[in-house]
Design a protein around this ligand. Structure first.
Ligand SMILES: [Ca+2]
Ligand SMILES: [Ca+2]
Ligand SMILES: [Ca+2]
Length: 195
């Protein structure tokens, strides 16, 4: 319990997003926080600065995790994940599933997955998961279609700075009056590219 004791000493309200950090990382933030307070920052300033630092650390943590996963897949360590290596890592996957997974990730078309392709795939998966979560929040009756009424409820509940009807018209590519996950994803990804 040695490490735990020092955390107690520097106890401050960690944002809930810190929960995924290791004990060492949490301790690092507690120490940083006490340093900031020590040089006269207010708790709010200290937390704001820590939040920005946390985003950087979180991004690095994800990158390291992704690199470790890639190394785990690339059994012979030559920098390319082949179908055989992927198959060994996921024995339950069928030949079709393996082909599909490689095909989806293999941006340069050389038949294997390289680290950049793997990272891009993971980023896409994370983005897709975030979009799906947002979709499910708006689709309040969970039937897989966002209606104008659901969109209006969402805009009202969140005070979002959008016109619900206008938003629906933009998203509803096939003009059937509802927005499915495909249309919603397309809108979110396009929006992201413009930023
Ligand atoms: Ca390999
Ligand atoms: Ca490739
Ligand atoms: Ca619905």
């Amino acid at each position: 319990m040695g490490a735990g004791a020092s955390i107690e000493e520097f106890k401050f309200p960690l944002p809930t997003s810190y929960a995924g950090l290791s004990t060492e990382q949490q301790e690092f933030f507690h120490v940083k926080y006490s340093e900031k307070i020590g040089v006269g920052k207010s708790p709010i300033e200290a937390i704001a600065e820590l939040d920005a630092e946390f985003d950087t650390i979180e991004a690095e943590r994800l990158e390291k995790k992704t690199e470790d996963e890639f190394k785990g897949l690339d059994a012979d360590g030559d920098g390319h994940v082949t179908r055989q290596e992927l198959s060994a890592a996921i024995p339950s996957a069928t030949v079709d599933e393996l082909e599909e997974a490689i095909g989806a990730a293999d941006a340069d078309g050389n038949g294997t997955i390289e680290i950049g392709e793997y990272k891009a795939t993971i980023e896409k998966e994370i983005e897709a998961e975030e979009i799906k979560q947002e979709f499910e929040i708006i689709d309040s009756n969970n039937d897989g279609i966002i209606t104008t009424a659901e969109m209006e409820n969402f805009v009202e509940a969140t005070n979002a700075d959008v016109d619900a009807k206008e938003g629906m018209e933009i998203m509803d590519a096939n003009c059937d009056g509802g927005v499915d996950i495909k249309e919603f994803t397309k809108m979110m990804v396009t929006k992201g590219d413009e930023e």
